[in-house]
Design a binder for this molecule. Structure first.
Ligand SMILES: [Zn+2]
Length: 222
């Protein structure tokens, strides 16, 4: 593990294993990134005005700001297991994703929401496992149930790679579910908000973009 990212992080302080590592990292942030961008941070301290929201997995390998080379203040990010948006449920209003989307759309007035899936997603794997009669976790299993219908549809077509097929289709499901919220629907209809799907392949570091018409993913041409 210690050899990973050796080229971009030149000393051992960059590896975070303990609280001491976190403290060392913070020290490095203060003398490095913060010192270099003090003015930007001071300005951000007075408010945020991001144009893009990203809904990403909690997976430690999928870092939206890193993938999109974005600075603090530029991406409004919510992360959860399997980058899911659940369809609106009037009975469950205390909902992390819905509240973040509501704030992003109605207060920040973001112009784009990107649902960012990824390869080797443990949450998607858990949904496939539940489909085989082996649900995982007290909280994970009910959370990833949002993909059950999608999973069954995907498996009905006997894909060569069910994991990737469900990762792709799951992004589409979350995009569909976003439209179950009236503030999203209204903004999309008004043309002030666009919804996008993407999928990150961790090993090769490649991003695929979702075609909204076909639901197919193709390599994003950087
Ligand atoms: Zn994941």
């Amino acid at each position: 593990m210690s050899a990973l990212f050796a080229a971009s992080t030149s000393n051992e302080e960059a590896f975070v294993h303990t609280i001491q590592d976190l403290k060392a990292g913070y020290k490095k942030f203060r003398s490095g990134a913060y010192a270099e961008q003090t003015d930007q941070y001071r300005e951000l301290g007075t408010g945020q005005d991001p144009d893009v929201m990203v809904i990403s997995c909690a997976d430690s390998r999928v870092e939206p700001a890193e993938i999109f080379a974005a600075n603090p203040g530029q991406l409004f990010v919510v992360r959860n297991v399997a980058n899911l948006v659940h369809a609106r449920d009037a009975d469950q209003t205390a909902h992390s994703v819905a509240s973040a989307v509501e704030f992003a759309v109605t207060a920040l007035k973001v112009k784009h929401i990107v649902v960012l899936g990824h390869a080797a997603c443990g949450g998607v794997k858990a949904c496939l496992s539940a489909g085989n009669g082996q649900p995982i976790g007290e909280f994970i299993a009910p959370w990833v149930e949002a993909l059950d219908a999608t999973r069954d549809q995907v498996l009905a077509s006997s894909p060569a790679d069910p994991q990737t097929a469900l990762e792709h289709a799951g992004v589409g499901t979350s995009l569909d579910n976003l439209m179950s919220y009236s503030f999203v629907r209204d903004a999309v209809t008004a043309g002030t908000l666009e919804l996008h799907g993407a999928w990150f392949n961790i090993g090769p570091g490649e991003l695929s973009w979702r075609d909204p018409k076909t639901g197919e993913f193709s390599l994003f041409d950087a």
